[in-house]
Design a protein around this ligand. Structure first.
Ligand SMILES: CC(C)(COP(=O)(O)OP(=O)(O)OC[C@H]1O[C@@H](n2cnc3c(N)ncnc32)[C@H](O)[C@@H]1OP(=O)(O)O)[C@@H](O)C(=O)NCCC(=O)NCCS
Length: 177
């Protein structure tokens, strides 16, 4: 079974969400309406919580995890992902906060304490080191990441369109039964 309860916390799903049967979603994980979780994703809300906003898609092979609370870090690092976010294939998001309309390129790694403002594009393979803040309206690429340039209007429009595309795609999958 791919949707698992941990210490009494069962994943909570909004309306019309899609979780692929091969994904593992465990513990304190909340999915907003129309969110989608694609094949082989692992989302483990065990030592802290994971929140995934409406219409956000988490693509194949991505790992979502969190950092536990401690005396030095009373809240730990939960993972909070906003609305209309696209997380590409095979990413690693750990204990960070993402705003709305963000694209995380394939294979990106985002570490504890990072905050990403609304309308940000993260290139494929980018490494975002702990506790960085990424500014709204910019493209970031590289390992470690660099602020590359302001986004074009077409790219800002694509951030929302990508989420729309994935809502349509998951509706097709839901219709397959
Ligand atoms: C970042 C990205 C948007 C670049 O688009 P672009 O319009 O070609 O970029 P630009 O032309 O403005 O910049 C190109 C420069 O950045 C470099 N670059 C492009 N993508 C890069 C990346 N992911 N990491 C590091 N450098 C990158 C190019 O080599 C080039 O370098 P140069 O100026 O030294 O020649 C694109 O390459 C990318 O990573 N898209 C992510 C796609 C994805 O993962 N989607 C989710 C899955 S569905």
């Amino acid at each position: 079974m791919s949707i698992r309860t941990y210490k009494g916390n069962a994943p909570k799903r909004g309306a019309n969400t899609y979780i692929d049967p091969s994904a593992v979603v465990a513990g304190d994980v909340t999915l907003g309406d129309d969110a989608s979780i694609w094949p082989l994703v692992a989302a483990r809300g065990d030592v802290n919580r994971i929140q995934i906003g409406a219409r956000t898609n988490v693509q194949d092979g991505t790992v979502l995890h969190v950092t536990r609370r401690s005396s030095q870090l009373p809240d730990g690092y939960p993972l909070i992902i906003g609305e209309d976010v696209t997380i590409g294939h095979h990413c690693m998001l750990h204990g960070c906060v993402l705003g709305n309309r963000i694209l995380v390129g394939m294979g990106a790694i985002i570490m504890d304490g990072v905050v990403i403002e609304d309308d940000v594009f993260i290139g494929a393979g980018t490494l975002v080191p702990p506790n960085k803040r990424l500014e709204s309206g910019f493209l970031y690429v590289g390992n470690p990441m660099q602020k590359k340039r302001p986004l074009k209007d077409s790219e800002i429009a694509f951030l929302k369109q990508s989420a729309v595309n994935y809502v349509e795609l998951k509706n097709d999958y839901l219709a397959e039964g």
